[in-house]
Design a protein around this ligand. Structure first.
Ligand code: UN1
Length: 507
């Protein structure tokens, strides 16, 4: 029988990464698929992390001298190498994060997409020219690299979120230092090796990439603390829980460094009386049960109009009862939770929901043959009379709380009445409802969709959310500005020196 450890070794060999990195380290890596140990990898000390950041700071000074389209060439090669490694890296994501093959490949596709985007961006890092009030003057803004960008990523998108940050930070002229989740170091090692291959090709082609341009720091919280505290890191982009982000954000603010925070979501959808219910059913099912409820964009709250409540719930309940739960490597739609801790937190939330009078369907552990050490659950559907208790919190598991509503205003108020503000959706064919939802008086989230679910965003849009989600934006649109510093330049090409606001100061 092929064990997941053996499979991991052969994927590493196929990816051209010496498999000896999988042995003899202090960090034990388990696959959520069956709970088995798949590797033991080395970790870096706090001193090692400090040295890496110092080296990155030196590299950043050289990298910023490479013209941006030249930097784009490195990211273009990264995209090429990712295309060549798509199958193996996708498989590794499935093994280490417990995703279906389609979702594992989708994650690598998201990396490729952001590389393509960043290559184009490398010729579009533009500022404005602004009208000045003074004759013979010109005012403009220029955008410059920041230096070292720290990246902290979570287990659920172990490599795509790094790629969002890395591709943008690199074309923007920065060095990068990455602290991945301790739960998913293997995909990080593999993805970083892919970048190393792109760097070799870049240099072979005459590109001037300095040594130490990118670092991978595998370690515990103390390593993350070094990254957040180091004075040579002007920006940290952190993805994870709100409690982590609260600490990281405050520490960065304490030294006036920047933060891009992408934290918890407690995402809601509204199914209106005017919804296409077939479409709504599919949208809700993927958003709520896909990735076993472990996306920051996962649908966690559902408001259904009373006129369609019974009809929709009947269909939703049967989708929940029949969705295939099992080994994701065999193509089951709902794979495992990341570990036993996640299972316990899910059960605690369901107990709290029952205590609030919630009617729970599903949520129980499912035994999967050959994967007895994995934490599989049947996704839970919980009918609640009111939005309270665990409904107000993000539990990183497949729990969907369902509530009925009468008026759209009431549903929008409830949808906005949580601390988090990442993603949201409405299912309706009524133009007035749809436009209201995406207007200023509608959803207060960073993502507000119509007739699609809350999860599965494309890279072309800015990704992130408001309130306790942290306010950061990553990925598409003009998120690149977060990775650069802006200078306003006023140039006097006249022989006079008129002062702004008409101030006179004649000496
Ligand atoms: C995350 O869960 O941290 O929109 C990111 C989505 C994915 C990214 C999720 N493209 O669901």
């Amino acid at each position: 029988m092929t064990t997941l450890a053996t499979l991991t070794r052969s994927l590493f060999a196929d990816l051209g990464v010496p498999p000896d990195v999988l042995e003899n380290g202090a960090l034990v890596v388990r696959s959520p698929v069956d709970g088995s140990v798949i590797a033991q990898v080395a970790t870096i000390s706090a001193e090692g992390a400090t040295d890496a950041i110092d080296t990155a700071a030196v590299a950043a000074r050289a990298w910023r001298d490479v013209p941006a389209p030249g930097r784009g060439e490195l990211v273009r090669l990264l995209g090429e190498e990712l295309r060549a490694s798509r199958e193996q890296l996708g498989r590794l994501v499935s093994i280490e994060a417990g995703k279906s093959p389609s979702e594992g490949l989708g994650e690598v596709q998201e990396m490729i997409d952001i590389c393509d985007f960043a290559v184009g961006l490398s010729r579009q890092l533009h500022g404005l020219t602004i009208a000045t009030e003074r004759p013979g003057h010109r005012m403009m803004e220029t955008w410059h690299p920041l230096g070292v960008v720290g990246i902290i990523s979570a287990f659920n998108f172990p490599v795509a979120v790094w790629a969002w940050n890395a591709a943008l930070a690199l074309v923007c002229g920065n060095a990068i230092v990455w602290k991945p989740s301790e739960k998913t170091p293997l995909t990080a090692i593999a993805a970083h090796a892919v970048l190393d291959r792109a760097l070799v090709r870049f240099r072979q082609g005459g590109g001037a990439a300095p040594e130490g341009l990118s670092h991978l720091l595998i370690g515990d919280r103390s390593v993350g603390e070094v990254l957040v505290a180091h004075p040579k890191v002007p920006l940290v982009s952190a993805t994870g829980s709100t409690s982590m982000g609260r600490i990281v954000g405050q520490k960065l603010a304490g030294r006036f460094a920047r933060a891009i925070l992408e934290l918890g979501g407690n995402n809601a959808a509204i199914v209106s009386g005017a919804a296409d219910l077939d479409l709504a059913l599919r949208g809700v099912a993927f958003a709520a049960m896909g990735t076993a409820g472990q996306r920051c964009t996962t649908l966690r709250r559902l408001f259904v109009h009373t006129s369609v409540y019974d009809a929709f719930l009947t269909r939703l309940k049967s989708a929940y009862a029949s969705v295939s739960v099992g080994n994701p490597l065999d193509g089951h739609l709902v794979g495992p939770l990341i570990d036993g801790g996640a299972f316990e937190r899910m059960q605690a939330a369901l107990d709290a929901a029952r205590a609030e009078g919630g009617r729970v369907q599903g949520g129980e552990r499912v035994t999967v043959d050959g994967c007895e050490g994995g934490y599989y659950v049947r996704p839970a559907l919980v009918e609640m009379a009111a939005q309270r208790g665990p409904v107000l919190e993000e539990t990183f598991a497949p729990i969907l709380y369902v509530m009925a509503y009468d008026e759209l205003d009431e549903a929008i108020t409830l949808q906005n009445a949580v601390a988090q503000g990442l993603s949201s959706a409405i299912f309706t064919l009524d133009l007035r409802e749809a436009e209201t939802f995406v207007s200023h008086s509608g959803s207060d989230c960073g993502i507000a969709n119509v007739n699609i679910g809350t999860s599965g965003a494309e890279i072309g849009g800015a990704f992130g959310g408001e309130k306790e989600t942290g306010g950061g934006r990553e990925s598409g649109s003009d998120s690149w500005r977060g990775y650069m510093r802006r200078a306003t330049n006023t140039i006097n090409y006249s022989t006079a020196l008129p002062l702004a606001q008409g101030v006179s100061f004649d000496v």
